[in-house]
Design a protein around this ligand. Sequence first.
Ligand code: ADP
Ligand code: MG
Length: 690
Amino acid sequence: MLTHGLTLPIQYLKGVGPRKASLLRKLGIETVKDALYYLPYQYEDRRNKKNIFEIKPGEFVTAEGKIVQINEIKTKTKLSIIEIVISDGTGFLKAKWFNQIFLKKLFKEKQKIKLFGKTQVDYWGKYIEILNPEYELVDQISNHQNQNILPIYRLTEGLSQRQMHSIIQSALELAIPFIDEYLPESILKKLNFPYLKEAIKYVHFPPNDMDIKLLNEKISLFHRRIIFDELFFLQLGILLMKQNRFYEKGLSFNPEGKLLKKFFENLPFELTSAQKKVIKEILDDMKKTTPMNRLLQGDVGSGKTVVAVAAMLAAIEAGYQAALMAPTEILAEQHYLNISSLLKGLPVNVLILTSSYNKYSHLIWSGAVDLVVGTHALIQEDIRFKNLGLVVIDEQHRFGVVQRGAIRKKGLNPDTLVMTATPIPRTMALTVYGDLDYSILDELPKGRKPVLTEVIKPENKKLVYKMIDDEIKSGGQVYIVYPFIEESETIDLKSATHGYEALKKLFPEYGVGLIHGKMSSKEREEIMKKFRNGIIHILVATTVIEVGVDVPNATLMIIIHAERFGLAQLHQLRGRVGRGIRPSKCILLPYKLTEEAELRLRAIVNYSDGFKIAEEDMKIRGPGEVFGVRQSGMPDLKVADLLRDQFCLEIARKEAEILLAEDKNLRLYPEIRALLEEFWRGKIDVFRTV
Ligand code: ADP
Ligand code: MG
């Protein structure tokens, strides 16, 4: 399969050379194979060229005409727009490009040009316009004379559609003979797929009688075949990871149950039925000899910590150590305090280990402690456990697979439980977490009230001071949160400190505290203690309090510069209030609102359910960003899109399962094996243990 034709560096392809190769590299095209998999996103139908006056809004069109006007527009937000008007004698059409100044030099009046794109009515309702259309200057138009339908690619400055057409054409001529079919005939038949060779050829240059609507508005069968293959390799790899683990030998925990029983009896509350169900799932899994790899998902406040402690106690009672890894120091400290108090009176030694508490690490090695709570400091090389049996990773989305792996290596195939508050749609569950088993806490403890959320404009800031005063007078406490973004750390810290000083002056009768990540953990602990004990009424904080902090009497949260936070972050932050009996409020105080920020804040105001919020987030930012697909250690997807291609993903998952059930090592499919290894290279060794 790895033939010369496909792996040839693109520079050596006929008609390319070093200059074009460097442009192609910008598009991610390094080899001939990359070029073949660089798919068009739209097609031009040469059979159906319209006069401009026939063009309606909302269509994909090809329009040809002479440039009659070129304008450069600068907006208040410093966006630069190049706008042209073209005419073919029957009407006028406008086109606009954002931030592509170089076009000003490229376009000349009277020049003939062709535009492709989706039309709409312009702002003034006067012209039909196309935003950011693809274009070809007519002296550069493709010479694929007998081709009715031409592909349109996303390009980069300096590369024209015509040039791209010839590059793809040469790539096809050179490499098509080397493309072999690897999917079993049975799959092709079942899914009604074309052969790979055909799919690749026709996805670029479709047959002349193809329905253009089908090509532009739906995903053609050629496209789908190629997308399927990518998702199929993705799923095969994930399923192999899961399968491999089944053959690994792990620990089996069979505790007597006395310790757990006592723990449950000591709890100041009744477990929710979701907690009971999930604890049983986990304990059952821990009894098995294969290592547990389980994801526990539960919205903010659903009570994941208690579940984690129950699992850790099972490991401890069976004679092993357990570790809980949290993403921030402050969260580790909170967990430590919380867990120590939950375990009061039980014979369990708990230790905290962060970069500021390092000196007791010998107790971990000697086995003097049973339960260690820590940050990524736990995965430092010199930290050794005596017999680590269970690893719990909190707020998993912040750790990549690498860190997940590193902590597991501290034991001999310990069981692993990863916890996240981010709800996972099915496509993601099948991908980023596709190798894990899954438990869900789909119920909040009784008596939780939704947090009333509202946006207050900066000019009404005074209202907020009154709210703070009222809240404290009626017995509540207040968080005021400032953004804390790494690049502007000092500025943000300054604004938090500034806010703190101002509030002290405004409310001399109340206790005002400041907490941030630059303090020593001792100082922070001191402040949190005062807040918990009610000595501090108003706690000014950076986002260090984002996760895990738990003070039920805090009933008002004010988020300064709310527009600078992401949706998941806002949801997490808001989860810090609404934990007690009193109704709680969250005030979002934005300073400058972009359209995107407004959408985000609206989602937080409208929804309290984390699942809904994640859905909105995906619409705004795309699923890859939301679920950290990049950090997750999965291969990059070149042609598939996890949101658009959900259906195809399900099918690919099923076909991968069927194939592995029939042939678990893929011995009968050496080509698939080879391609699979290539697909996952540098990520994981999918055939590691089989
Ligand atoms: P999260 O899932 O966000 O990590 P926590 O584990 O921090 O949630 O729990 C949130 C709060 O709810 C804590 O104060 C915890 O003590 C409390 N809690 C947990 N389970 C229950 C329950 N079954 N009934 C009442 N309160 C509970
Ligand atoms: Mg938590």
